[in-house]
Design a protein around this ligand. Structure first.
Ligand code: OSB
Ligand code: MG
Length: 390
């Protein structure tokens, strides 16, 4: 397969220097959202952002833990991730030098679950690897695109006119695909209205597990709107009922919540539970699993795309690198920094060009400057895990 295999290769020539992590710094900052974001599981008006900074050999590698404050999208929360990194994962990383991504993943694999916590650390490690090998994150993982196509995810609105206004706004900014959050009571009629107003746009819906298989006759009504996909209609851990639903719906099912590992992806493809997979690096536990799912889907011609978790610029930068892989063939939920935040913690901020693409940075590491002064001024909680402390 393409470039991604090289970072698993323990004998890789150019990566002779092990990375010795001196310390893990975790901190929480709160960024207000420009407007509330509502899904089938509730509404938020600010993002408590969990940042990870690994220090090694004078370098700082940055990652983000995408867990939410409440265990609604998944069981993980900012609080559980803080505990698990501080007490288990962080101490395991500072014990010995780590040569590559597979060694990194192996170091954390004895700890079960907590994928978002693991991923936050792995993102930071990959930023270090990119810096140590003097390449961009995208180049490090074998990314092939210079620009990635993006769409926008629109939360549930108080009424249809307000939704239509937002659809209008993001289309005029160039976004290539509109995704509507749906739930019982905010679904068929709403989608019908958006489709009537915009007959030709790429349109999809995301239910965040708000239905069960007993709703199949209702969900089948979505088939007439020529949707690109319906994302995670049924239970968060289900594969079987999604396979049943996919058999009776013409709209492609895309799984999000249900795919938490490469094994789950393999099962979903064998069971034909979906025709598309949304990859979120946090949900699956990091780059290592992401690359595995990407490669698996590519061999089976299953399109993947990069999901989002209202990331700050740091998580967003990693998402851009991932979306540059050749198998990411559908627009990602990678919006401009300004779609969510008044001011982002990186510079330059992420911007979306009028053709609905984001440029993949080619400079070393993350490809953006981390605005440490701004982060410092926002920091609410901070903790260090270092070798000397052990
Ligand atoms: O299901 O894709 C989802 C945000 C939080 C939790 C789950 C989801 C989302 C989004 C937002 O849809 C995507 C984004 O970051 O823009
Ligand atoms: Mg989703």
């Amino acid at each position: 397969m393409q470039g991604s295999s090289k970072i698993f290769d323990p004998d890789r020539q150019e990566m002779t220097n092990d990375i010795r992590v001196d310390s893990v710094e975790i901190r929480l900052i709160r960024l207000p959202l420009n407007e509330p974001f509502e899904t089938s599981f509730g509404s938020i008006d600010s993002r408590l952002v969990f940042l990870v900074c690994l220090k090694a050999d004078g370098m700082s590698g940055w990652g983000e833990v995408v867990a939410s404050e409440e265990p609604r999208y998944s069981y993980e929360t900012v609080g559980t991730a803080f505990h698990v990194i501080r007490d288990f994962l962080g101490p395991a990383l500072v014990t010995q030098p780590i040569a590559n991504l597979s060694e990194f993943a192996k170091q954390l694999s004895p700890f079960r679950g907590h994928n978002m916590a693991k991923a936050g650390l792995e993102l930071a490690f990959m930023d270090l690897m990119a810096q140590a090998s003097q390449q961009s994150l995208s180049a490090l993982i074998g990314g092939e695109r210079e620009r990635v196509a993006v769409g926008v995810s629109l939360g549930i609105q108080p009424d249809v006119p307000q939704l239509l206004q937002r659809v209008e706004r993001y289309l005029s900014l160039g976004y290539q695909r509109i995704k509507l959050k749906i739930k019982p009571g905010w679904d068929i009629d709403v989608v019908a209205e958006v489709r009537r107003t915009h007959p030709d746009i790429l349109l999809s819906v995301d239910a965040n597990s708000a239905y069960t298989l007993s709703d199949q006759d209702h969900l089948k009504k979505l088939d007439e709107f020529d949707l690109l996909m319906i994302e995670q209609p049924l239970q968060n851990d289900d594969l079987i009922d999604h396979a049943r639903l996919q058999k009776v719906m013409s709209t492609s099912i895309c799984l999000d919540e249900s795919i938490v590992s490469q094994r789950q992806a393999k099962m979903a493809l064998e069971l034909e539970s979906c025709r598309i997979i949304n990859i979120k690096v946090g949900r699956v536990g990091g780059y290592s699993e992401t690359l595995g799912i990407h490669d698996l889907c590519k061999t089976q011609d299953i399109p993947v795309w990069c999901g989002g978790m209202l990331e700050s610029g740091i998580g967003r930068a990693h998402n851009i690198a991932l979306a540059s892989l050749s198998g990411f063939t559908l627009p990602g939920d990678i919006s401009a920094s300004s779609r969510y935040f008044q001011r982002d913690i990186i510079s330059p901020e992420v911007t979306v060009a009028s053709d609905g693409t984001v440029t993949v940075p080619q400079t070393v590491g993350l490809g953006f400057e981390v605005d440490l002064d701004f982060i410092d001024s926002l920091t609410e909680t901070r903790e260090y895990i270092s070798r000397t402390k052990l």
